[in-house]
Design a protein around this ligand. Structure first.
Ligand code: F6P
Length: 317
């Protein structure tokens, strides 16, 4: 049997660990694995290469993705996907493993519906997929954010300032919430927990009167203009405020152990599912057990994003 693997969408630390797991598990089961370069773009261009044990040596701990990745909006067109399927079949490839986030899953679902078997592996720092407790890359991005916020707390405290920290996450607040809990942030603003600006400014005034030396506000990207918010807080709360947008640094770096373990387990599991003749599903982890589910469930974001942690922050921050 011959299968292929690609990474797609925003890169995430641990994608390499997942590629390695797919290739090595494939070889273990006597399956040939082809690597597709630059996501769906490489599928359409026929940019594949047969992977060997050696081609995935020493990538386990490397950030990014050795296969490259891309966002390809034209893959939404059926005629474009037909070319991809033709290229796969020409090489005798019978199934495709897609490591990526929601946009990548939509492509994988569409290929499956056109009769080409696919399996999705959740690779995104955003943790915004349904049916899995964690996505590959989330824990490493979280560690990067925590490291940055601890540093920002040092300078905020020295200057008696309030610090706004904007995280990635697209439309999902998990990174901001988990980092907020890890760093003792005073305020968390996410798409699921919108800002009550007046209340926040009142609380900051109170903090100032109580003699607190700093405050951290964690905020998910695409929520508000953090520079304007910092200006307003400076003018109205008594705290001088600065905003820091962490940006793409959150996507890089060597994956932490949690992501390497998750990637190893999920990558191998995806190969095992193909071996069992299962396709048209995404893999995930639920209460530390590997699971698989229809793409539709993975694409359903309505899952009460880290509500328990958010409530805990309200009690202990
Ligand atoms: O999905 C991962 C992610 O980093 C999001 O957090 C962010 O909104 C987006 O990708 C940025 O995408 P791009 O790399 O296309 O700018």
């Amino acid at each position: 049997m011959r299968i292929a693997v690609l990474t797609s969408g925003g890169d995430a630390p641990g994608m390499n660990s997942a590629i390695r797991a797919v290739v090595r598990a494939g070889l273990y089961y006597g399956i040939e694995v082809y690597g597709v370069y630059d996501g769906y773009r490489g599928l359409v261009a026929g940019n594949f290469e047969k992977m060997t044990r050696k081609s995935v040596s020493e990538i386990l701990s490397r950030g990014g993705t050795v296969l490259g990745t891309a966002r390809m909006t034209s893959f939404q067109q059926k005629e474009v996907r037909e070319i991809a399927i033709e290229n796969l079949r020409k090489e005798g490839i019978e199934a495709l493993i897609v490591i990526g986030g929601d946009g990548s899953y939509k492509g994988a679902l569409a290929l499956n519906e056109m009769g080409f078997p696919t399996i999705g592996v959740p690779g995104t720092i955003d943790n915004d997929l349904g049916g899995t407790d964690y996505t590959i890359g989330f824990h490493t991005a979280l560690a990067t954010i925590v490291d940055a916020v601890d540093k920002l707390r040092d300078t905020a405290s020295s200057h008696q300032r309030c610090s706004i920290v904007e995280t990635m996450g697209r439309h999902c607040g998990d990174l901001a919430i988990a980092a907020g809990l890890s760093c003792g942030a005073e305020f968390i603003i996410t798409p699921e927990h919108p800002m009550d600006k007046e209340k926040m400014i009142e609380n900051l005034k109170k903090h100032k009167l109580e003699g607190r030396r700093n405050a951290i506000i964690m905020i998910t990207e695409n929520t508000t203009n953090v520079y304007e918010l910092a200006q307003e807080i400076s003018e109205r709360s008594g705290f001088a405020c600065r905003a820091t947008v962490l940006g793409y640094v959150q996507r890089g770096g060597s994956p932490v152990a949690e992501d390497r373990i998750l990637a190893g387990r999920m990558g191998a599991y995806a190969v095992e599912l193909i071996k069992q003749g299962i396709s048209g599903v995404a893999v995930g982890v639920s209460h530390n057990d590997l699971v698989y589910m229809p793409y539709e469930k993975a694409l359903d974001r309505d899952r009460g994003s880290m509500q328990d942690l958010y409530e805990l922050i309200g009690k202990i921050s």
